[in-house]
Design a protein around this ligand. Structure first.
Ligand SMILES: Nc1ncnc2c1ncn2[C@@H]1O[C@H](COP(=O)(O)OP(=O)(O)O)[C@@H](O)[C@H]1O
Ligand SMILES: [Mg+2]
Length: 274
């Protein structure tokens, strides 16, 4: 198999201060984590809150430094301050959980989606605007011209998350890390946002890490899955295999916690083939 991203023995500890004393407690947020993402596939990273999912995303993007471990993009190690890291930061984009947190409320949609193009110095001003409009159409924010002039507060939650997705895909990334991309959204629109992400992923052969605490959506969205518990990978493999035949008791507990809303029904209604 051809992996596009690989992490080896990724470890990160945090010191947590105790509010009532001078003691600090150590938390192992990532404990010798190993996995790879296959080209064009979706890997789900699942685990309950605090299991270390976001820490892994931040480590991959070098938003925080690992205590130890290595990250490889197309078999090349990504080191600090390297040309590879610069290239990787364009090729690997993030979609965050909370569209309010991840977009600047004072900017227009045009400026928000244009920002990565400017940062990476791509195209002329006119070409960039054209690219932004095309990208807004790709995420089905139409009429794109009109929406591009709006500010985030004038949009619905689902539309804002489409803006976040547009900003991630405008630089034509090869990898997208989506950290609980629908968990802040209204239940009724989660399926359509996931459907859009899957469609974009599929059309453009993007590889993806889908971070979630919700195995029900992972089941319909991902090819492979990795289950995290207290920073440790407790199980990994193809999604069908793991969810139909879990061996770890934590995975079993997560599966039995699959509850409402049943995305099976949402998917069936919209006739999404998965
Ligand atoms: N900057 C930080 N400082 C101290 N502890 C942190 C920090 N970031 C995360 N943690 C701790 O690391 C663990 C994993 O957190 P996180 O990766 O955010 O989990 P998840 O995304 O699965 O909810 C938690 O115990 C969390 O409190
Ligand atoms: Mg998180």
């Amino acid at each position: 198999m051809n992996n596009i991203l690989k992490v080896e023995n990724l470890t990160k500890k945090f010191k947590k201060k105790n509010f009532f004393s001078s003691d600090s407690e150590e938390v192992i947020a990532a404990d010798s984590v190993n996995f790879s993402v296959e080209q064009g596939k979706i890997l789900a990273i699942a685990g309950q809150s605090g299991s270390g999912k976001s820490t892994i995303a931040k480590l991959i993007l070098r938003a925080i430094k690992p205590d130890s471990g290595k990250i490889f993009y197309k078999q090349k190690e990504i080191k600090d301050n390297s040309d590879e890291l610069k290239k990787f930061r364009m090729k690997c984009q993030m979609v965050y959980q909370d569209p309010y947190d991840s977009i600047n409320p004072r900017m227009t949609v045009l400026d928000i989606v244009n920002e990565p193009l400017e940062i990476h110095n791509l195209g002329t001003k006119k070409e960039r605007k054209q690219k932004v409009i095309e990208t807004l159409q790709m995420v089905k924010l139409e009429p794109a011209e009109e929406i591009s002039k709006k500010h985030p507060h004038m949009l619905s939650g689902g539309q804002r998350q489409r803006v976040v997705i547009a900003r991630a895909i405008v630089v034509q990334p090869e990898i997208i890390i989506a950290d609980e991309p629908v968990s802040m959204l209204d239940v009724s629109i989660r399926a359509e946002i996931l459907e859009l992400m899957k469609e974009i992923q599929n059309k453009n052969n993007i590889s993806m890490i889908y971070i979630t605490h919700d195995l029900a959506t992972a089941k319909h969205f991902a090819d492979d899955i990795l289950i995290l518990n207290s920073g440790k990978v407790v199980e990994s493999g193809s999604i069908k295999q793991i969810l139909s035949n879990p061996t770890d008791s934590y995975t079993k507990a997560l599966i039995s916690a699959i509850s409402e809303p049943d995305p099976n029904n949402l998917y069936k209604e919209k006739k999404i083939s998965v």
